[in-house]
Design a protein around this ligand. Structure first.
Ligand SMILES: [Zn+2]
Length: 438
């Protein structure tokens, strides 16, 4: 019995029915989701199915994903078909719709290359592999398999082996925000925090900041989970909670290694927070991230982690709150006058004459996979510790009061930064609102 026959038989047994072939129905799920369809091609029903073609089918999927800079590939079985999606710049884009007959052979191929059990269909599995694309581009593959009602679903995260670090000045900070951040990078001690929800680009910001230091002149140590970018001459350590090596353990060891600069991937608990603050107050420049929604809300989070008010005011230098949004494709964007319903908002928030301003529409062209978007840019809100803010924190002022004071001292709120970027043509107004309202 050939591999294909075995797989078909297994699939029939697993599903308790014969896999249906050649059904092309409407796709409710796709229509209702936040999915953009671009370049989707329906694959004709195969007259004869050649199992030898499967490795090249899978290679083609990986190659295309690399070419389109996808961060993840989703292999999603449905009742009568099998769909492959890419996540590009945070958005799901349909790549191809396959006949259901491809489901098992493609999943089996993925299992083979990532060292997973081919005959296991009922339990989730996690695996790793790597893939060499054209032009020496190499990615690590993190494979996750989940059994579903229509068979196994696979999601593969693509991690570039040597991703290009984004320069600090290319993150998208307004010139005066950038100056503020650069000023604090000259400090010899204290804490610099990047905060925001998952996927807001916090790690990218930390790396951009840390890589402005000459690693030959400073002892730079990082604790990460996982190591995302490899920086030459920087001591990078992967924490591993499974074997009892967590952020606090790592931090305790790093401070004994005479560091100048410490980067802690994320402050998740009281112990890490307290050790990181202590390190920041004992002559080290500490970079870290926190999962909070605003710059001012970060103070409250640290207080909730039992960090003393005085220590917070003494240690924290700046808090960079951020979001990541899709940049509108500069090749096909189209400007249009700001609609009347936004006039008031623009006048009040960014003090411009809305009648003379423009927004930009995402159209879609070949360069942007017909999505209208290309690459991403950060939206930032940077709170700088000042004597007045220190006083408010010590006097248990509310987040609102702290934020209001920061704004008086020149802090640009996330919302404003997003509106600036909408009128300058970096992003669409829809993208600005989507991120700010979520
Ligand atoms: Zn375009």
């Amino acid at each position: 019995m050939s591999l294909l026959d075995t797989l078909k038989k297994e699939s029939e047994e697993a599903l308790g029915e014969k896999p249906e072939v050649a059904t092309q129905g409407t796709d409710q799920e796709l229509d209702s989701g936040k999915t953009e369809v671009a370049n989707a091609e329906d694959v004709p029903v195969p007259q004869s199915f050649d199992e030898d073609s499967i490795p090249s089918v899978v290679d083609e999927i990986f190659n295309t994903a690399l070419e389109k800079h996808a961060s993840d590939i989703h292999f999603k079985p449905k009742e009568n078909k099998f769909e492959v999606f890419f996540r590009i710049d945070g958005t799901m884009v349909e790549y191809k719709l396959y006949d259901k007959i491809y489901h098992h052979p493609i999943i089996a191929r993925i299992k083979i290359i990532s060292g997973l059990k081919i005959d296991e269909h009922r339990l989730p599995q996690d695996g790793k592999s790597s893939f060499q694309g054209p032009g020496d581009k190499e990615v690590d593959l993190r494979v996750s398999i989940l059994p579903t009602q229509y068979g196994e679903k696979v999601v593969i995260r693509l991690l570039e082996k040597n991703p290009k670090m984004v320069e600090l000045r290319d993150l998208g900070m307004l010139p005066n925000i950038l100056l503020k951040v650069e000023k604090h990078l000259k400090s010899t001690y204290g804490m610099i925090l990047a905060v925001g929800p998952t996927g807001s680009g916090k790690s990218t910001s930390l790396f951009s900041m840390v890589s402005t230091f000459d690693a030959e002149d400073y002892n730079i140590s990082t604790l990460e989970d996982p190591i995302e970018y490899k920086i030459p001459d920087v001591t990078q350590t992967q924490i591993n909670p499974d074997i009892g090596f967590d952020f606090p353990d790592g931090l305790r060891t790093i401070v004994r290694q005479d560091p100048d600069i410490i980067m802690v991937g994320e402050i998740r608990d009281q112990k890490t927070a307290s050790l990181a603050i202590e390190s920041a107050l004992t002559g080290h420049l500490v970079f870290s991230t926190l999962h909070t929604n605003s710059a001012s809300g970060t103070i409250q989070r640290l207080l909730n982690m039992d960090i003393d008010r005085f220590l917070i005011t003494a240690a924290v230098k700046i808090i960079i709150s951020q979001r990541l949004v899709r940049k509108v494709c500069s090749s096909c964007r189209e400007k249009y006058p700001v609609p009347a319903k936004f006039h008031q908002m623009l006048k009040e928030e960014i003090d411009i004459t809305p009648e003379n301003a423009f927004f930009y529409k995402a159209n879609g062209c070949e360069k942007c996979n017909n999505t209208g978007y290309s690459g991403r840019i950060g939206i930032f809100e940077v709170l700088e510790m000042s004597p007045a803010i220190e006083e408010l924190i010590i006097n248990s002022a509310s987040n609102t009061d702290i934020e209001a004071q920061a704004v008086r001292e020149g802090m640009i709120l996330l919302r404003k930064d997003a509106l600036y970027k909408a009128v300058t043509g970096d992003i669409t107004i829809e993208e600005a609102l989507r991120v700010l309202n979520s």
